[in-house]
Design a protein around this ligand. Structure first.
Ligand SMILES: Cc1ncc(COP(=O)(O)O)c(C=O)c1O
Length: 456
């Protein structure tokens, strides 16, 4: 298509009048925006959430794929079912049984990563202006999907046990009083991205009771559940109720994200809609990938592989917590995740994690500013740190560089009067200086932001 000459001359983007309204809510993910900087070898990236899959048995996977193509190439390289291949749906049931979910393969749809399952669910339920409830803070990729469908996202406060049922009730009531439809509550109960918080079992029950009472569906997003560290895998909310919950799962963290295989488990009527949505979106999820994941699951001890991943992530998590303990200044708090990939840091008063990001880069460390995980600009005093990818030594070094960044920022702020000098004086100059810093576990709400976290 050629662009009319007048448009080319007068507009930076000559197509601006043609875009659909829904594109106005789309913005580059803060995580992806950091990629170029964070991927430079001299930078320790605590930003991206890329799983460390270097210990996967590549030779075994290579042999399996080789055999698969030779023996069944014409089938696995063709179109398939919109719902996904039956064998992998059966295997998915086996995977979910580790978290207490009892499901039939008929109630599962395979998707292109769980990200696409979330897209299908959102396109199935959300009209522009409908309310979607989510934790405060919540996964940046989900916020992007909700924005793409012009949902109004209302974020609901959490404490160290997960989302607060009372805040959920209040947000739902307020939205309905304002004439809005509340379509679902999106939650990441296991090691929430970005906060790392694990929803307690009691809280899961309470949340479910509130959802039933309010008649609000729960969308349970669970890519990290099997990567529990100090605790056993927790019972999924879906294991407690098959009708009130749509469950999203993924092989991205327990196997490999490159195959892009995830799924949704939904009540039968919803599943039918999701299959129709999948047909219009992609015709069918990638058949080759589904067979590849199926073969991996049947030829390799994937449970033992997950145990290895858990041990590897434990070392990385420990390196990060040790580094934060050694290098963070007084007044900084952080969560202590027992699984998943992330630690959520709250900076002392006066800090702005968005503004500090460039300074961190000059100290050769990268993080994701907390505001990325709020739909409304909160989280300026927060950072998400990932411990999944770099080696434990690099993670520790990254926290040292972060400490340096904070020290410099504090000195500057105290010089220019943005911060009390007594706060600046309490900064550690060496790794093991005695500090009066408390961590979030001992100080109540681990999500302490500079502004209230509730959406109501
Ligand atoms: C909470 C959450 N949900 C969904 C996804 C998407 O995962 P997938 O690779 O399965 O699309 C991610 C990826 O990081 C995530 O953190």
């Amino acid at each position: 298509m050629s662009v009319p000459e007048k448009r080319v001359k007068t507009r930076i983007d000559p197509y601006v009048d043609a875009y659909a309204g829904r594109t106005q809510g789309l913005k580059a993910s803060a995580v992806r925006a950091l990629f170029a900087v964070a991927n430079r070898p001299e930078v320790v990236s605590l930003a991206g959430g890329m799983p460390n899959i270097s210990d996967l048995p590549l030779d075994v996977i290579g042999d399996v794929l080789d055999e698969l193509v030779r023996s069944r190439g014409p089938q696995i390289m063709n179109y398939g079912s919109a719902q996904g291949e039956e064998r992998i749906r059966e295997q998915i049931c086996e995977v979910m049984s580790l978290e207490g979910v009892n499901a039939s393969p008929d109630d599962i749809i395979v998707s292109c990563g769980s990200q696409q399952a979330l897209d299908l669910v959102t396109r199935t339920f959300v009209d522009p202006g409908d309310v979607v409830l989510a934790e405060a803070p919540s996964y940046v990729g989900a916020l992007g999907t909700f924005a793409a469908y012009q949902a109004q996202v209302v974020q609901v406060a959490m404490d160290e046990n997960g989302i607060l049922p009372e805040a959920f009730r209040a947000a739902t009531t307020a939205a309905r009083a304002a004439g809005r439809k509340v379509k679902f509550l999106y939650t990441i109960p296991n090691f929430n991205n970005p906060s790392g918080i694990l929803m307690s079992i009691e809280r899961r029950r309470e949340l479910l009771a509130a959802a039933r009472e309010l008649d609000v569906l729960i969308v349970e997003d669970n890519p990290y559940g099997l990567l529990a560290i100090d605790v056993p895998p927790q019972p999924a909310i879906r294991s407690m109720d098959a009708e009130q919950v749509i469950y999203l799962g993924s092989f991205s963290k327990t196997f490999a994200p490159g195959f892009r295989v995830g799924w949704a488990l939904a009540p039968s009527p919803v599943l039918k809609k999701l299959v129709l949505a999948q047909e219009s979106a992609t015709l069918c999820p990638p058949v080759f990938s589904q067979f590849a994941v199926s073969e991996y699951l049947s030829h390799w001890d994937w449970r033992a592989q997950i145990e290895d991943f858990r041990a590897m992530y434990t070392q990385r998590r420990d390196a990060m917590l040790r580094g934060l303990e050694d290098h963070m200044p007084a007044g900084t708090t952080w969560t202590h995740p027992v699984g998943g990939f992330f630690v959520w840091v709250t900076l002392p008063e006066g800090f702005d994690a968005d503004q500090m990001s460039a300074r961190a880069t000059s100290h050769r460390v990268a993080y994701v500013p907390g505001s990325a995980f709020y739909a409304d600009g909160l989280g300026s005093r927060n950072m998400r740190l990932s411990y999944c990818f770099p080696t434990p030594e690099r993670i520790y070094e990254g926290t040292r560089r972060l400490g340096e960044t904070l020290r410099e920022e504090m000195e500057l702020r105290s010089t220019f009067g943005f911060m009390s000098s007594s706060t600046a004086r309490r900064l550690p100059s060496g790794a093991h200086q005695d500090k009066s810093r408390t961590t979030s576990r001992s100080t109540g709400n681990p999500l302490n932001t500079s502004q209230p976290t509730g959406g109501d």
